[in-house]
Ligand binder design. Sequence first.
Ligand code: RP5
Length: 159
Amino acid sequence: MGIIMGSSSDWDTMKHAADILDEFGVAHDIRVVSAHRMPLDMVDYGAQAHDRGLRAIIAGAGGAAHLPGMMAALTAVPVYGVPVPSRYLRGEDSLLSIVQMPKGVPVATFAIGEAGAANAALHVVAGLATTDPSLQRKLADYRARQTDAARGMVVPPPP
Ligand code: RP5
């Protein structure tokens, strides 16, 4: 798996994707690949993605967030886009930049922020789990723990 982001300032959001892949034991590499500051590196990354064995790329960016769409244009490896919260528009700009791909070059787009980053990774895990029984069990356990935690909730929540 590849996790890429437009800037190291995206890490606070994107680490939630890395944490999930770590939790499930899914190997991944993490890089900053800026579409507008290092476009040639972005092209190289996309050109090499398939031959490097990447089965999915989780791409996060903020503002005019063209990285996920450009990466999807450069490779047929599935791209999962994470809109990173931006300073002035709270990530709504990032979301619209990523989600509104023209027909033919898809980017599976997730929620703004850490939930989107974590869910992108969980979606990758779910895809792998369809052919990996051990991952399937881990995913079922993960869901069961969430269910138990929700059933244990009380209101008002303790301080
Ligand atoms: C985008 O610009 C990055 O994805 C980041 O979210 C945003 C701001 O980058 P920095 O100015 O913090 O490096 O390319």
